[in-house]
Design a protein around this ligand. Structure first.
Ligand SMILES: *Cc1c(COP(=O)(O)O)cnc(C)c1O
Length: 359
């Protein structure tokens, strides 16, 4: 069986050796030594400041919205994982969807300004599949209209833009360290900002709004444990090798797939990719289903990342925004299996099943 992804698990003894430090201390959660060490090492690896390790990549989006007192309209992308929109809804805010750029599948920065009203407070955009949003244009619009920028960088671990980690852009960037992501801690995530005051606020939010016996603000439980941090400490040193192996798989697909199956544009100046996903766009939805079913008959399981277009989610009330590009692409896109160790012969089989299924 070949799944869309395969969680990297370090040698068990390596994980156990790190875990033993928590056992020896009798300390398993609440800002333990392993959590602090992981935060330090992630900051070094990513060259970012103020990284807080949290318990998932959804709560960090909620913490970001809360920290900026966002209560009204948030301009966002319809093409992302559902958590991006749900965080906005959960915080009682209104998502306003700007359609996407068909080349990068990220929010189309040129469509943001027309959607701004007196109630707009923030832009929440995803670097989808790790491809960068139009950072300069978004910064420009946000500055002119006094909006906060939150980047959902859940797919962007290890991506670089203009010599810096993609996680270093925006007023805040968040990441997910879920087991299906490139770097993982089983469950986990982080929030990053360059603002030291904001960091203090987020630190309080992460642990119920208090430090010891002193209570300062509202908060949530956004902490993560020593067991999760230990996994991160075991996986992090492998990231360069994981990215290198993913690149090999990615390039094999590039070489074998026919041109009638289109792909996003990775050819972006000053951009270094992490090879986190392999999305393919079929000519129409029928061919996408044919390929998906053909692959399933051969025990290859793809995912419809990302479907539906989030502006069409059934739990969004009121008149649905129209995002024709996102709706069209999400109806006919699939993510193919991509993980270290996927064999050249398996890639060739996947490609030939696709070709035969869409004939
Ligand atoms: C995975 C993901 C999330 C949610 O992260 P969790 O850690 O699973 O809560 C949020 N946004 C995007 C774009 C994601 O892919």
């Amino acid at each position: 069986m070949i799944n869309v992804t395969k969680t990297y698990l370090p040698p068990f003894e390596e994980y156990a050796a790190i875990l033993k430090r928590a056992w020896d201390k009798g300390w398993v959660t609440n800002h333990g030594e392993l959590v602090q060490e992981l935060e330090q090492k992630l900051q070094e690896y990513l060259s970012v400041r103020n990284l807080l390790f949290c318990n998932n990549g959804t709560v960090v989006l909620q913490m970001a919205l809360k920290a900026f007192h966002i209560t009204k309209e948030v301009i966002t992308t319809p093409f992302s994982y559902v958590a991006t929109t749900n965080a906005i809804l959960w915080e009682g805010c209104t998502p306003v969807f700007a359609d996407i750029d068909p080349a990068t599948l990220c929010i189309d920065a040129d469509k943001i300004e027309d959607l701004i009203t007196e109630n707009t407070q923030a832009i929440l955009a995803t670097h989808v599949y790790g491809l960068p949003c139009n950072i300069d244009k978004i910064a420009d619009v946000a500055a002119r209209h006094n909006l906060k920028i939150i980047y959902d960088a859940a797919h962007a671990f290890g991506c670089k833009y203009k010599g810096q980690s993609l996680l270093n852009y925006g007023d805040v960037a968040t990441c997910s360290f879920h087991a299906t992501k490139l770097f993982h801690t089983v469950e986990g995530g982080c929030i990053i900002s360059n603002d030291d005051e904001l960091r203090k606020k987020l630190l309080l939010y992460r642990s119920f709004g208090h430090i010891g016996d002193d209570y300062y603000s509202v908060g949530i439980n956004g902490k993560n444990s020593e067991l999760h941090a230990a996994m991160g400490l075991a996986v992090l040193p492998q990231i360069p090798a994981i990215i290198a192996e993913r690149k090999i798989v990615f390039e094999s697909y590039n070489a074998l797939l026919p041109d009638c199956i289109s792909r996003p544009s990775y050819n972006i100046e000053q951009f270094e990719y992490n090879y986190s996903y392999y999305p393919v766009i079929f000519e129409n939805e029928k061919l996408m289903h044919a390929a998906k079913e053909g692959l399933e008959k051969n025990s290859v399981f793809t995912r419809r990342y990302f479907y539906p277009s989030l502006n069409l989610l059934p739990h969004i009330s009121g008149i649905k925004a129209s995002c024709p590009i996102s709706e069209d692409i999400s109806s006919r896109i699939l993510c193919l299996p991509l993980y270290p160790g996927l064999q050249e012969s398996e890639i060739a089989m996947i490609v030939s099943v696709i070709i035969n299924s869409i004939k």
